[in-house]
Design a protein around this ligand. Structure first.
Ligand SMILES: [Fe+2]
Ligand SMILES: [Fe+2]
Length: 159
């Protein structure tokens, strides 16, 4: 759940960065709305962490700053690539959450409800970004994103 919480810290920061760098007011609104939904996810995962007696990642300010910068960089490549970056991000998160659901105990109803709800929302974000004209991400970029997600996941497990 700490990993999921870090993921939402990053997602929120990415989309804020992307909203700030888009020149299109309707896309700025789209990214901001997505960031607000990630803010909901952030609150749910934070609450669940407390219920489980666990602490959030100590590196959250670092995750937040890094993701904000990355979102701004993605935005610099133009709206179509920025949307494409969002599609790839959300698809990877969706897969992570589906995988997490398989590993979560059936008895952990509270965590499962949150993860399932987020999985649906992330899929929705990817679909919306796709419908707005996302450009496909080149495979090397996707590979780097997967690697970054693995580093983030492994680190957030411990710190
Ligand atoms: Fe999310
Ligand atoms: Fe999302």
């Amino acid at each position: 759940m700490r990993v999921n919480h870090v993921g939402e810290v990053c997602a929120q920061a990415l989309y804020e960065g992307q909203a700030a760098t888009s020149a299109d007011p309707s896309l700025q609104a789209f990214f901001k709305e997505a960031a607000a939904e990630e803010g909901d996810h952030l609150a749910w995962t934070r609450q669940r962490l407390s219920e489980l007696g666990a602490r959030p990642s100590l590196l959250n300010p670092v995750w937040y700053g890094g993701a904000l910068l990355l979102g701004a960089v993605a935005g610099r490549f133009g709206d179509r690539y920025s949307l494409g970056f969002m599609v790839e991000t959300e698809r990877q998160v969706e897969r992570h959450l589906a995988d997490h659901l398989e590993r979560l105990p059936v008895a952990d109803v509270g965590s499962r409800a949150i993860v399932e709800h987020m999985r649906r929302d992330e899929g929705g974000h990817a679909d919306q970004a796709q419908a707005l004209g996302a450009a496909p991400m080149p495979e090397p970029v996707r590979a780097v994103m997967r690697l970054a997600a693995r580093v983030m996941t492994a680190t957030a497990h411990r710190i």
